[in-house]
Design a protein around this ligand. Sequence first.
Ligand code: ZN
Ligand code: ZN
Ligand code: ZN
Length: 266
Amino acid sequence: MSLKVTLLGTGTSHGVPMIGCTCAVCTSSDPRDRRTRPSILMQRSDSPEGTSILVDTSTDLRAQALAHGVARVDAVLFTHSHADHIFGLDEIRRFNVVQRTPIPCFGSERTLADLRRTFAYIFAPPSEGGGVPKITLFRIGGPFMFGGIEITPVPLMHGHQPILGFRIGSFAYLTDCSRIPDESWPLLAGVRTLVVDALRNRPHPTHFSVDEALQVVARLAPERAYFTHICHDLPHAATCARLPPGVELAYDGLVLEIDNDHRGVR
Ligand SMILES: [Zn+2]
Ligand SMILES: [Zn+2]
Ligand SMILES: [Zn+2]
């Protein structure tokens, strides 16, 4: 099973540039220093129907879909319910119209409860005019299949809050985490392409720092690793220059080809 993963957004909750900031990164002319709110799209690249799975509906979902040609979303996986990861949910309306079907959304019990409360209008009786997203909520209780893709939830700690990362074949996406619990390490064994949270150099209570993310990379030893959920402390080019071989900052629009049928990564 081959997968094409597009990093739609690689910024922290404020995005980069931040409103009202004139620092070197926020005013950089390097497009890789422009980071929208965190999200990825995973598409099967080995079948004509090409199942597309979105991870989180970021605040910037509309702009990301337009920038990267996201024309179809077959399902949404939610990592957790922080605003930067869910506030684009209303944009699902377009996919409802284009695909003429409700979109299944998968999350933990807590995430689904938060979605019901935060987006009460979606679940209230339909009002006149102005459409609402048509979504169907499914609780993640363990590994599951969708569109021929086996999805393994990976419990992570985001400060004191348990959230989910996801593993698909040799790929893992671990955004918004400050600790990987003991029981989750075996779920990540053999990962060859890793995307992991690295907010900034200084420690943070709910996100890995660059040094902490490098420790995760050292322990998992993937073939390549990309850091995401990046704030304006990290200039793209200068930071990549000091990272070890095989480790880079991700950037919006980065595409990763994951070949799960063969050893090695294309
Ligand atoms: Zn976040
Ligand atoms: Zn700044
Ligand atoms: Zn968060």
